[in-house]
Design a protein around this ligand. Structure first.
Ligand code: BTN
Length: 254
């Protein structure tokens, strides 16, 4: 259905034709006092932002480009897990609306057939250990028919994978509904104890060798699932278990 059945997420919404970045707009609204759950969407982003200072290709009218403001009553140290909640919501939303199974590449990319269909950029504002607000930005490549050459081997869209164009409104509604529901579950325990099993069932590279990259340091290990703190459990070549925190680590399938 094309209507939104959340109770607080996306109840205040700013729909824009074009914006620099919905994350930047959501941050401006948050600075001006926007309430918990305020949503920004745009048809086009002229400077969509990715993680690690990269840019995000956001063709007009072809994707779901959205960001929402959270003023969560969760501890600062637990707030990075909200990005995993978002990945889980996108995964389930895509399954419902495009009928296709994605995989989550920890912590928060959604892949289809090994290529990225969604990216999530979470930014937070805090003062003296007190969380002020969080902006969760979600980009879903819904109906992109062709990607620029330089990302073609890494990126995909629902259209390219299913051969059908996705209903962006329905997709957006489902993702927000799943997020709101899982956010409430997360908030109770402020960890992934309840959501972990479901998240792990969607995890890419589980039981496979991956390369963990931390700055100049790289190592190969076997990927397990996440634990209740949202860390990825891996086994190194000597059979030792390590838990990796999402901070500045990236993983690659090999
Ligand atoms: C990444 O994988 O690098 C994160 C990409 C996040 C893209 C989305 S699109 C909507 C929101 N606005 C932005 O400028 N970025 C996020």
């Amino acid at each position: 259905k094309s209507s939104l059945s959340t109770s607080w997420l996306g109840k205040t919404v700013k729909v824009m034709k074009t914006v620099d970045s919905t994350n930047l707009e959501a941050r401006r609204l948050a600075e001006a006092g926007a309430s918990h759950g305020t949503l920004v969407t745009a048809e086009e982003q002229t400077s969509g932002k990715g993680r690690r200072g990269r840019s995000w290709v956001s063709m007009p009218g072809q994707g779901v480009w959205m960001s929402f403001v959270l003023r969560p009553d969760v501890e600062l140290e637990n707030s990075s897990m909200l990005t995993l909640v978002a990945a889980l919501a996108v995964e389930k939303g895509i399954k419902d609306e495009a009928g296709i199974d994605g995989k989550i590449k920890w912590p928060n990319d959604v892949l289809i057939n090994g290529k990225k269909v969604c990216g999530i950029l979470t930014e937070l504002s805090a003062q003296m250990d007190e969380l002020n607000y969080i902006v969760v930005g979600i980009g879903i490549n819904a109906n992109i028919g062709q990607f620029p050459e330089e990302v073609r081997d890494k990126a995909t869209s629902l259209l390219l994978e299913t051969g059908k164009s996705a209903d962006r409104i329905k997709l957006l509604c489902r993702v927000l509904e799943y997020f709101e529901c899982d956010y409430e579950i997360f908030k109770k325990t402020q960890d992934f104890s309840i959501l972990m099993e479901e998240y792990n069932s969607f995890l890419a590279h589980r039981g496979q060798e991956i390369k963990v990259v931390r700055g100049n340091d790289e190592y190969i290990c076997k990927s397990g699932g996440i634990n209740r703190r949202g860390e990825l459990i891996v086994e190194d070549s000597l059979g030792r278990t390590r838990e990796i925190f999402s901070g500045e680590v990236s993983i690659r399938g090999i």
